[in-house]
Every structure is written in C-alpha cells, then in structure tokens.
Design a protein around this ligand. Structure first.
Ligand code: AMP
Length: 210
C-alpha cells in the first residue's frame, strides 16, 4: 500500500504512521525526521534546512523532492510506504505524479487549530532517534527517556507557541489545497484526529479497510 498522511503539524501524522507501519509492515518516510537527522549530522542539506524549519517555514520544494525520490528508490519501498509530512505543497504532489508514484490512499487527519496549539506544547521528541511522545497522551515508560533507544526527550524548537501559529498559517495556505487535489483524484479519505491515539487509529484503519 502506498499511502500519504496529510494533516496540520501536530495532527498526529507521525504517531499514526508509526502504528500503520507496524501493522502493515511498510516503511514510513518522514521528511521532517530526515531533515532533523541531517541537521544533527550538520550536513550541507541540514545546515540549509535549519533556518527554514526554525522559522516555521517550508524547506524549498526541490530539496524535499530530492530527498523523497532518493528514499523511494530504496528496496524497502518496493511493497509500499507511508509518506508522513510529504507532499506539503501542490508542487511536491505534482513532482510525485511526475516520478510515476501511484498513491493508493491519502488520509487527511483533521484537527482544529485550537486543539493543535494545545497539543503541541505537550509534545516531546527523542533527540537521538526522533520518536515522538506526549506528556499526557503518549507517555514514555520513564520520564524524559525514549522507550526505543534511551535517548533524551526534548521539546522541538519549532513547537514553541509562536512558531506553531506560523506553521499552522503555512499549513492552511500551502498544504490544505492538497485535500482538494487528492479529492479530485478520488483517493482522499478524511479522518477526525481524536485526542486518544487509539481512537484515531481505529478511524484510520476503518478508512484503509484493514
Ligand atoms: P514535521 O516533522 O513533518 O512537522 O516537519 C518539520 C519541519 O520540516 C516543517 O515545519 C518544515 O520546515 C520541514 N519540512 C518537513 N517536511 C517538509 C516538506 N514536505 N516540505 C517542506 N518542508 C518540510
């Protein structure tokens, strides 16, 4: 299954991607995680992307399209994949079409802006492996420590309230048009993003028919 998860920042795309990935045994491609890894390793791409990300802006389309086309050409993507956080612009969606990528389903996880702002202040990520947690909805076994790799859990720089508002504005202006883009192709399914992770997963699996 070739799947795209759409939704505002903090809607739960990463968390649902992780759950779907385990159930369907297909890899998740998170452009945000790939970029954060590049920043951590101080690669040329990382240094370039950091200023955009810290400001809550989108990284230029050509950089993202390059990252994703490289990743999709790897063997583990042959039987399907989950795109988490890509495409975020119509240009990126068209680039996927031009690459000949045939998407089966696009799930749009819908959450109101006010709920997003509330949620983001509780989000924590592992600075080593990028795994995502929440201080109420997805607690680690030990406070401040990643369950998978024992890395330190931190607040993402771009989850600061002012930056979240900028990211939401960018989402409405540049990413939300993709809902109509994929609806017109007949592959869009809309799911309500609930506060409970399992409640959202149930709706996602219902939409996927799995
Ligand atoms: P995320 O972890 O998906 O919320 O992404 C964090 C940040 O990485 C975004 O706010 C953007 O600055 C950048 N980013 C991730 N994916 C994309 C994309 N597909 N297009 C442009 N920028 C992106």
């Amino acid at each position: 299954m070739k799947l795209i998860l759409l939704g505002a920042p903090g809607a739960g795309k990463g968390t649902q991607a992780e759950i779907i990935c385990k159930k369907l045994n297909i890899p998740t491609i998170s452009t945000g995680n790939i970029l954060r890894e590049a920043i951590k390793n101080k690669t040329e791409r990382g240094v370039m992307a950091k200023s955009f990300m810290d400001a809550g802006k989108l990284v230029p389309d050509d950089v993202i399209v390059g990252i994703v086309s490289e990743r999709l050409s790897q063997d583990d993507c042959k039987n399907g994949f989950i795109l988490d956080g890509m495409p975020r612009t119509v240009v990126q969606a068209e680039a996927l079409d031009k690459m000949g990528v045939q998407i089966d389903v696009v799930i749009s996880i819908e959450v109101e802006d006010s709920a997003i702002e509330r949620r983001m202040s509780g989000r924590r990520v592992c600075e080593s492996c990028g795994a995502s947690y929440h201080i109420e909805h997805k607690k680690p076994k030990e406070d401040g420590v990643c369950d998978s790799c024992a890395g330190k859990l931190v607040l993402r720089a771009d989850d600061a309230p002012e930056t979240v508002r900028d990211r939401l504005r960018v989402y409405h202006e540049q990413t939300e048009p993709l809902v109509a883009y994929y609806a017109s192709k007949g592959i869009l399914k809309t799911v309500k993003g609930c506060d409970g992770i399992d409640d959202t997963s149930r709706l996602v699996f219902e939409a996927l028919g799995v």
